[in-house]
Design a protein around this ligand. Structure first.
Ligand code: ADP
Length: 385
């Protein structure tokens, strides 16, 4: 029979898909018992009673321990971390805000799209990347966290107040291609100047991650505000598993500011996934190419950060026009050179973030204490006016 330690070691293969660490490291293995005859009973502590990934743990624990020599049966049971234990886990994960309580457990990959400064096409790229991922059969959501310049709703041509479900979750609006969209813009009167800062901003973003019913997603793209402010810090705390995609233009000055934002991402331990160069030249209908914003900045930045340059997107009139018209170009004219560039980046992202969703079926487990329902969370986004 394996020893207690050997069983514990085998459990390192069981990864919490949301926190991206193994359950031993996370302190979620409550007990290991060996009642005899090759049976092993493992108790796993969940962060929340209604944890939607319970069945994932059930299967993964049974598989890891069952593979040890001499083990004939594995019983997996669950309990829930106490408030105190959850607090300790939060501190360990370096989060000051609340744990997402399994809110994003059904989201396989979170990609934050940022830029050093405004106007480099970050939102345009985010919207069209979402469209391109959807066109490749992925389930995609976009969270517009560019709280000072929300433009995602306009780019997808969606507006209105999102509905709230019976269990008090905000339902994202659905755009063409089934892309789920959520934005602070849905909650404020058009053109009103709401100053989102500090605790209020933190709260609103936390709600967008916890209280929005994103459902099962392969990718959640988060459109960050430009620069290196509060929002990125907050999101890095709430989404330690996210990767950062940096959008820049080819010129040297843009690259310099983009690097600052990369440094910030590094400071808060957000992993940088890659660089996208936008506005990379303009090709006339006659085929003549003009490097309007210079050349090579994206590649230089990628080299400096030692991450891949995921692609270059040229300037094209249709990209601008379709963004203004609320129809992502990737859907309306997939052959446009800019749309092609973005589709290539989407393929790069798919290759780079191969994480599939864990099994999501919730199966009742004996003794798992299903009784306690998830506490309904209040929706208290400040409204304009
Ligand atoms: P950011 O989010 O970085 O502030 P936006 O995505 O709002 O920038 O883009 C700024 C403007 O530039 C928008 O009008 C957008 O349509 C336009 N734009 C962005 N990228 C391109 C491109 N490759 N070709 C043409 N227009 C573009």
């Amino acid at each position: 029979m394996p020893s207690h330690d050997e069983i514990l070691q085998s459990l390192r293969a069981v990864i919490d898909p949301e926190l991206r660490q193994d359950i031993v490291e996370l302190g979620m293995v409550r007990s290991i018992e060996q009642p005899g005859d090759g049976a092993v009973a493992v108790m796993v502590s969940l962060t929340t009673p209604g944890c939607p990934i319970r069945s994932h743990f059930q299967t993964a624990v049974a598989k890891a321990v069952g593979a040890l020599e001499g083990v004939t049966r594995v019983d997996v049971a669950f309990d829930v971390l106490s408030e105190q234990e959850r607090g300790a886990l939060q501190r360990k994960l370096g989060r000051s805000g609340g744990l997402p309580d399994g809110a994003l457990a059904q989201v396989a990959n979170v990609v934050c799209v940022g830029s050093g400064k405004g106007g480099v096409g970050k939102s345009t790229i985010t919207a069209n990347l979402a469209a391109a991922l959807a066109a490749d059969g992925k389930r995609v959501g976009v969270l517009d966290a560019d709280v000072w310049g929300y433009s995602i709703p306009r780019m997808f041509g969606v507006s209105g107040r999102p509905p709230v479900s019976a269990d008090r979750k905000i339902i994202p609006l659905e755009a063409t291609g089934g892309v789920k969209v959520m934005s602070i813009g849905f909650f404020v009167a058009e053109d009103s100047a709401v100053v989102w800062r500090g605790p209020m901003l933190h709260k609103a973003l936390t709600q967008f991650l916890e209280d929005v019913d994103w459902g099962e997603l392969d990718f959640l793209l988060v459109d960050l505000p430009p620069g290196t402010g509060d929002v990125a810090m907050t999101l890095a705390q709430l989404l330690p598993q996210a990767r950062f995609l940096l959008v820049t233009t080819p010129q040297a000055t843009a690259q310099k500011v983009a690097r600052r934002s990369a440094e910030m991402a590094g400071k808060v331990n957000l992993e940088i996934g890659g660089v996208v160069e936008n506005m990379s030249g303009f090709v006339t209908p006659g085929g003549e190419r003009f490097a309007i914003f210079g050349e090579g900045g994206g590649q230089e930045l990628a080299d400096e950060l030692d991450v891949p340059l995921l692609g270059k997107v040229p300037l094209t009139m249709p990209l601008r026009e379709q963004s203004d018209a609320g129809k992502p170009l990737v859907f309306t004219d997939p052959d446009d050179p800019a749309a092609q560039g973005i589709r290539q980046i989407a393929r790069g992202l798919i290759a780079m973030f191969p994480t599939e969703l864990p099994m999501l079926q919730v199966v009742p487990v004996a003794g798992a204490g299903d009784a306690a329902p998830r506490k309904p969370s209040g929706i208290s986004l400040p409204m304009a006016g």
